[in-house]
Ligand binder design. Structure first.
Ligand SMILES: Cc1cc2nc3c(=O)[nH]c(=O)nc-3n(C[C@H](O)[C@H](O)[C@H](O)COP(=O)(O)OP(=O)(O)OC[C@H]3O[C@@H](n4cnc5c(N)ncnc54)[C@H](O)[C@@H]3O)c2cc1C
Length: 385
């Protein structure tokens, strides 16, 4: 058993994504000595936007990253779901008095704000440093053959986590048969009618969706979603003719799609346990989910801060990790399960989906279930001003 003492406790973290960087900053701010190992040669991420709800914003505030992360962010007035006729099936009000808060920014800006927060907090970040596994006794194993001993090891190395797989923690990994191409383009007044420009809008036709997301005054984040066997639709660069046929009302927007874009399949990961001995697993490595609630990153933020709070409160790391999982896992699993259920409607006929969404859109209970994570007060955070 490792007791708290005058000497700083050490953490070694695999992965400099949202989860790893948040955990690193929060631990360092509690007096831990922290090193993050990132496999990539740089800390840059790809070109896309990201939705951050109130729960994630509270975590950014708690670690001191909020101001930098949110400068210039887009703050939309509603989230619309539209059917194949461009008729609104559901409207979720946001950012008004009593509503959940939601902002959208570039992923690059979020990662930069977390990296800068880590550096200000004294975290060491090593790039081109690949982790290949860990031991429950507290060793991070690196691809160059070296071992780093620490009080706490964190596997935040994404959906294909090598740290997780070295410890036999997987309960299941499910492919949902669906995915998205993400791209960033500049905003243009002709993309959508004036009354829609500031909104977040998800357009459906058949099993295809286009997600329209302003992510700053000048950047538009677009996600093209389709079944994983819809070979013509998941091609990058996106096929303009095909997407215009499915969404004729968005012809101006589709005509401006560029050549860049990244396809990701949607998956769910659930683990037998979130830790083994001194090793914790978090973020997509532990609880990947489809993005229908825009909360995968939100859960990585919450669980990173929650982990730092838990190990800082306790003296025995393994016990603290069990306490952490007991405290955080129910909200994360609620989020995963709700997001997975929302994905079912991808494969419904248009008319059925329209009817169901019109009815469920009126239900307070269903609305509350969907907003539960956004309205959650994460561990070690206070309300936003
Ligand atoms: C289409 C789509 C849209 C999404 N939209 C949203 C949204 O709007 N809002 C939201 O909150 N979430 C969203 N998500 C989910 C969100 O992107 C993820 O949940 C989040 O990025 C997970 O962060 P992470 O740090 O766990 O993993 P990652 O972001 O995958 O980071 C893992 C890091 O570890 C590094 N790494 C990998 N392997 C190793 C290794 N062996 N050694 C060292 N380093 C390694 C990687 O290079 C990477 O930097 C979306 C996901 C998808 C697919």
């Amino acid at each position: 058993m490792m007791q708290k003492s005058g000497a700083a406790r050490r953490a070694e973290i695999a992965g400099a994504g949202i989860g790893g960087l948040t955990t690193a900053a929060a631990l360092a701010q509690r007096g831990w000595s922290v090193t993050v190992h990132e496999r990539a040669p740089t800390l840059r991420t790809f070109g896309a936007g990201i939705y951050i709800w109130s729960n994630g914003l509270r975590v950014l505030q708690a670690i001191g990253a909020y101001d930098q992360a949110t400068v210039g962010a887009h703050i939309g007035p509603q989230f619309h779901t539209r059917d194949h006729n461009n008729t609104t099936m559901e409207e979720i009000p946001i950012n008004g008095p009593g509503d959940a808060r939601l902002i959208t920014i570039l992923r690059e800006q979020l990662i930069n704000s977390l990296v800068d927060t880590c550096r200000r907090s004294g975290v060491e970040i090593l790039t081109s440093s690949e982790s290949v596994g860990a031991t429950p006794e507290g060793e991070l194993l690196l691809a160059d053959g070296s071992k780093r001993k620490a009080d706490l090891i964190v596997g935040a190395d994404g959906i294909n986590s090598k740290v997780r797989d070295s410890l036999d923690l997987m309960m299941y990994r499910k492919h949902l048969g669906y995915g998205a191409i993400r791209m960033l383009i500049s905003r243009d007044d002709g993309d959508v009618p004036a009354e829609d420009r500031e909104r977040y809008i998800e357009y459906f036709t058949g099993s295809r969706r286009i997600l329209y997301t302003p992510a700053s005054a000048t950047d538009l984040y677009v996600a093209l979603c389709c079944a994983a066997d819809d070979a013509a639709a998941l091609k990058v660069p996106a096929d303009h003719k095909l997407w215009t046929q499915s969404f004729p009302h968005l012809a101006n927007l589709v005509a401006r799609f560029g050549d860049a874009g990244r396809w990701d399949a949607f998956e769910v990961v659930k683990l037998k346990k979130w830790s083994k001995g001194r090793v914790a697993i978090l973020g997509d490595a532990a609880h990947a989910m489809p993005p229908y609630l825009g909360q995968g990153g939100g859960c990585a933020l919450m669980n990173g801060l929650g982990l730092a709070a838990a190990v800082d409160e306790g003296t025995d790391v393994a016990h603290s990790l069990a306490d952490w999982e007991a405290r955080e896992r129910p909200m994360t699993e609620h989020t995963q399960d709700t997001a997975e259920r929302l994905g079912d409607m991808n494969f419904w006929p248009d008319d059925v989906r329209s009817q169901v969404l019109k009815i469920t859109g009126q239900s307070r209970e269903i609305g509350a279930e969907r907003m539960k994570t956004a309205r959650h007060a994460p561990t070690a955070t206070v309300p936003l001003p």
